[in-house]
Design a protein around this ligand. Structure first.
Ligand code: FES
Ligand code: FES
Length: 167
């Protein structure tokens, strides 16, 4: 029985060594927030952090992840969706179908940790994930909202929400 340190807990699993980390997370540990998109490290839907580094788990053999390395998935980001990145995503209605968004949020979280006030070039460099719904503009705006301490007015998107509020 092999072990992984996921979201602060040591978890047992059994898999061939060349099994991608993504499938151990989803199928053995039940952490289905991390998504399969392309399987070739192109789309970023499978992004998790390993010791803080955003990593495409679809191409990472599980045998190459030591039990001492700390894996963070979207489920471990906050217990109740209250991480500042998640709150900005919700406030700006970023997700459309939502499929890519867990990977986007994990990439954005790492970016904002390293660069709390990222430039457009920083965002372009870090956010290489693909969204087939085309939510890129709102992702950029939400990252800037986080950088502004959660001030949704700074997004200036003029989104009118169902409750009548605007951001
Ligand atoms: S599923 Fe891993 S990068 Fe697309
Ligand atoms: S929100 Fe649909 S793929 Fe990104």
């Amino acid at each position: 029985m092999a072990k992984l340190n996921v979201n602060g807990a040591v978890r047992d699993f059994e898999a061939e060594g060349d099994t991608p980390l993504l499938w151990v997370l989803r199928e053995q540990l039940g952490l289905t927030g991390t998504k399969y998109g392309c399987g070739i490290a192109a789309c970023g839907a499978c992004t998790v952090h390993i010791d803080g580094v955003p990593t495409r788990s679809c191409v990472r053999p599980v045998s190459t992840v030591a039990a001492t390395e700390k894996i963070l998935t979207i489920e471990g980001l906050s217990p109740d969706g209250s991480h500042p990145v998640q709150k900005a995503w919700a406030a700006l209605d970023v997700p459309q179908c939502g499929y890519c968004q867990c990977g986007m949020i994990m990439a954005a979280t790492a970016l904002l940790r390293d660069k709390p006030n990222p430039t457009d070039a920083d965002i372009d460099g870090a956010m290489t994930n693909i969204c087939r719904c085309g939510t890129y503009n709102r992702i950029r705006a939400a990252i800037k909202v986080v950088a502004q301490g959660g001030n949704t007015k700074s997004a200036a998107l003029a989104i009118r929400h169902a409750d009548g509020s605007t951001t």
